[in-house]
Design a binder for this molecule. Structure first.
Ligand code: SF4
Length: 248
């Protein structure tokens, strides 16, 4: 599976404890960019429709397109641009658009008129960082109409009990990751283990995506180089699979 990024607009406002050390704010601060000013992309708003010199789409068929990961697809300032973004999404029905949001309460106001039960090529993912936010956002995610629904526990700040949400059979995948960069809050492998067990119980796909920079395993704290967060998480996943097979 090829993963691509598409950021039709950029910028966001902090709205939740998980936003405290948001990577978008962190990276913008290095470039003196004001993240709170939401701007439409001048060059890449229509990226999914762009073609190379050979006439092939720059985003190849079957790609998974991480959509609006430097903003929030449902942020208010983008209301005037979203309809055109939906048209692009509909036109590229040969790729999957992964839309990840902390503003799921705006979802029904922001969908196109022909959405019905959802476009086949759109995955709606809700991010949640603690139990309190999970209990606010996940009931909305369960209720909305979408062909695929993911939960991103990111950045994980505590163990989150997902039993009642996964028991609905309406969640396709759970992905967990820790927080990155200098001030990262701890990500404890015990929380990951327990969430994986919940996913296994309900036969929901699970991914431990990224350890974060401040990783705790067996009570011991590890500072993880940002570029190794993915490979370390992969090792964690292998370990969890061994537990599942009874090899640990
Ligand atoms: S909603 Fe996402 S992009 Fe926006 S500030 Fe929070 S963490 Fe950052």
């Amino acid at each position: 599976m090829i993963r691509k990024d598409w950021n039709p607009w950029h910028g966001c406002h902090k709205c939740s404890p998980g936003c405290l050390n948001c990577f978008v704010f962190y990276l913008d601060s290095k470039r003196d960019k004001d993240t709170n000013t939401i701007t439409k992309s001048k060059t890449n708003f229509n990226l999914p429709l762009k073609k190379d010199r050979q006439g092939n789409f720059k985003i190849p068929p079957k790609s998974v397109v991480a959509t609006c990961f430097t903003s929030d697809f449902f942020i208010e300032e983008a209301d005037e641009w979203r309809e055109d973004a939906w048209k692009i999404i509909k036109e590229r029905n040969d790729v999957y658009f992964l839309i990840c949001t902390k503003r799921i309460e705006r979802f029904n106001k922001c969908i196109p008129l022909d959405w019905k039960d959802g476009y086949d090529n759109v995955i709606i993912a809700v991010t949640t960082e603690n139990q309190e936010k999970a209990d606010v956002r996940l009931p909305i995610l369960i209720d909305i109409k979408a062909k695929k629904k993911f939960i991103f526990v990111s950045p994980i700040l505590e163990y989150i009990d997902l039993n009642k949400y996964l028991a609905t059979g309406k969640i396709d995948e759970v992905s967990v990751s820790g927080e990155s960069y200098e001030n990262a809050r701890p990500c404890d492998f015990e929380w990951i283990k327990k969430i994986k067990e919940t996913c296994d119980k309900y036969n929901v796909s699970f991914d431990f995506h990224q350890t974060g920079s401040n990783f705790i395993k067996n009570g011991k704290s590890y500072k993880i180089n940002h570029f190794k967060e993915y490979s370390q998480a992969k090792k964690g996943m292998e370990y969890l699979e061994k537990i599942k097979r009874g090899e640990k």
